[in-house]
Design a protein around this ligand. Structure first.
Ligand code: CDP
Length: 204
């Protein structure tokens, strides 16, 4: 099954909760885009230069560990996960995510994982797993999302909201909901409410 949605719509927490309820792993595609961004930044690559970014990725083999309680990304023995939600990665990731070679690098890693799993991101239900049995798409207003993310980032709500709106815009191309996805507005719901809706949708 796939869970896609806009930035800070709760995809990771919902996917984790759904995966745990079903006893299967979930895959965070966003973490791989974030890892690609971290490598490009560390190598001082121009984020719009696909050749330079792919060269950085070529020298950094990574492994996505799809734990249901929270995915981790490893580079040999180094756990990159704590560095992947920094503000500098937030700001660079959309530039990296438009590069077709980076999308192929992420998708190849996701497609190696044996099902069943919950795949989470922007284009899981449209491009990567178009034949998934159940598809969901999470939304919420920018203000609601910014308030949620302010609990995880040092910036204030207004700055976070502005950055989210900018990222929604930059990610628009790969963020359209699949025609057969169930769209859930998470604004009026708490986490368990969204997880319950998804599980009810799967079991229909
Ligand atoms: O929850 P949030 O959107 O902040 O983060 P994420 O899911 O980790 O995604 C980070 C970024 O990766 C997004 O802003 C997109 O630029 C990119 N992304 C993508 O293009 N396609 C995906 N399937 C997943 C993420």
């Amino acid at each position: 099954m796939t869970i896609d949605g806009v930035a800070a719509s709760g995809k990771s927490s919902v996917s984790s909760g759904v995966a745990r309820a079903l006893g299967i792993p979930y895959l965070s595609s966003g973490l791989l885009y974030r890892a690609a961004t971290l490598f490009a930044l560390e190598d001082h690559a121009d984020l719009s230069d696909q050749g330079a970014v792919l060269a950085a990725l070529g020298t950094h083999p990574v492994r996505l560990e799809p734990l249901a309680e929270g995915n981790r990304v490893w580079q040999n023995g180094r756990d990159l996960t704590p560095e992947l939600h920094s503000t500098r990665v937030d700001h660079g990731v959309s530039a990296i995510a438009v590069l077709p070679g980076v999308r192929a690098w992420v998708n190849e890693q996701l497609r190696q994982v044996p099902p069943p799993f919950v795949a989470e991101g922007r284009d899981m239900g449209t491009n990567v797993f178009p034949h998934a049995g159940a598809k969901f798409y999470l939304t919420a207003s920018p203000r609601v999302r910014a308030r949620r993310r302010a609990q995880e980032r040092p910036e204030d709500v207004d700055a976070i909201e502005a950055a989210l709106i900018r990222r929604d815009d930059l990610d628009r191309v790969q963020s359209a909901p699949a025609a057969d996805a169930v769209v859930i507005d998470t604004g009026p719901l708490d986490l368990d409410g969204v997880i319950g809706k998804v599980l009810a949708g799967v079991q229909r």
